[in-house]
Design a protein around this ligand. Structure first.
Ligand code: MRU
Length: 355
């Protein structure tokens, strides 16, 4: 059982052929325009992550890995001390672009370790190893999504209605997505899922991205406003919820796009399984519970006017705009990783998976 190679025909993130630029699909232009842009300066890379031109936890990690390699390649010195000083500065700058998705710091730390493990080698050699590591992070990400797809498909049946929130699709990863991987695999195998995509206010990742990519792949997908999930579940049209995540704490609390915990709460009310798809790079055993996860606060304008032709809220209104919420572990039916499916008690099952 395996997914076909790149069913959507684009790469969310890649390294340019000359290795000097990070090429990403600019996700802020979708669904209107499928356009690649290239990034080579630290400000361009930072801004692309902060403005969600590249977004979704695994894709942010891959972009950061390629990004720090591209920046390292620009450091003009043969002295390891000078090289690592600049590398650290660049790493910390990129790491400050978004706080919640742990894949960002995970990928940057993995790249940093390549430098420190090889400090005795010439700088040019370290640069080559950094490029190899960044490519490896992306290759692994593709394989991880495939495995999540296989494990996730075991949990659903032909003809099921599946609800998803935000975009944990190919656009959020290197390929296939996490929450969408079982959907793409099921599609290839004739499962005839009916997929419901929450629009995902305020930045509309569900409407602009999930609905777009599933529709493009030929999957039966219906777009919902964020406040419709209870009605749909009450009507019996949802058999399972699949979502991605930005950070899983050691106790199984899960940070994902704002609104996820509402869906989980409603799903529990209607006895519908709520599944979280998480590469192990998103599991943070150093964070004991959801209260310890830093939740990104974003500009008010995203709620009041972005995506509207004109402002849709009173001037000077107070706005609260956290980008993520935490779903308590007791609402999570299972966490699907590339290494298997974790179930409660999560402190034990996640520790086993992360061994
Ligand atoms: O703010 P975003 O669009 O980066 O938020 C993305 C999500 O919340 C995704 O569900 C999560 O990163 C998982 S992506 C496989």
């Amino acid at each position: 059982m395996s997914l076909k190679d790149n069913p959507l025909g684009f790469d969310t993130v890649r390294l340019s052929d000359d290795g000097r630029r990070v090429i990403i699909i600019d996700q802020t232009l979708l669904p209107g325009e499928l356009k690649e842009i290239s990034l080579s300066s630290k400000d361009e890379i930072y801004e692309a992550i902060y403005l969600l031109k590249v977004r979704g936890a695994p894709a942010i990690g891959v972009a950061a890995a390629y990004g720090i390699y591209v920046l390292a390649d620009q450091i003009d010195t043969q002295s390891y001390d000078e090289f690592i000083k600049q590398f650290k500065e660049d790493k910390e700058y990129l790491n400050s672009s978004r706080p919640t998705a742990v894949n960002l710091s995970w990928a940057l730390e993995r790249m940093y370790k390549v430098c420190t493990d090889n400090h005795a080698k010439p700088v040019d050699e370290i640069k080559k190893l950094l490029k190899d590591e960044a490519c490896k992070i992306q290759e692994e990400d593709i394989e991880i999504s495939k495995k999540i797809g296989e494990y996730g498909l075991e949990l659903v049946n032909k003809g099921d209605g599946i609800l998803t929130h935000c975009n944990a699709g190919q656009l959020a990863t290197s390929r296939y997505g996490t929450a969408t991987a079982p959907i793409y695999l099921g599609y290839e195998k004739g499962y005839d899922f009916k997929v419901y995509a929450d629009e995902t206010r305020p930045l509309l990742q569900g409407a602009r991205l999930t609905a777009w990519e599933l529709n493009r792949a030929g999957v039966d997908v219906t777009l919902l406003c964020d406040n419709m999930s209870a009605a749909l579940m009450k009507e019996g049209r949802v058999n399972a919820v699949f979502v991605g995540c930005d950070r899983v704490a050691a106790n199984g609390d899960v940070a994902n796009k704002i609104g996820t915990s509402v869906v989980a709460t409603v799903a529990a009310r209607y006895n519908i399984p709520f599944y979280v798809c998480a590469p192990t790079s998103t599991i943070d055993m150093n964070t004991s519970c959801g209260d310890d996860i830093e939740i990104e606060l974003r500009p008010q304008s995203e709620v009041t006017q972005m995506w509207y032709k004109k402002r849709m809220a009173p001037d000077n209104i107070k706005v609260y705009n956290p980008a993520f919420d935490v779903t308590d572990n007791e609402l999570v039916s299972a966490i699907i990783t590339e290494k298997g499916i974790a179930r409660a008690p999560y402190d034990i099952s996640l520790r086993e998976i992360m061994k």
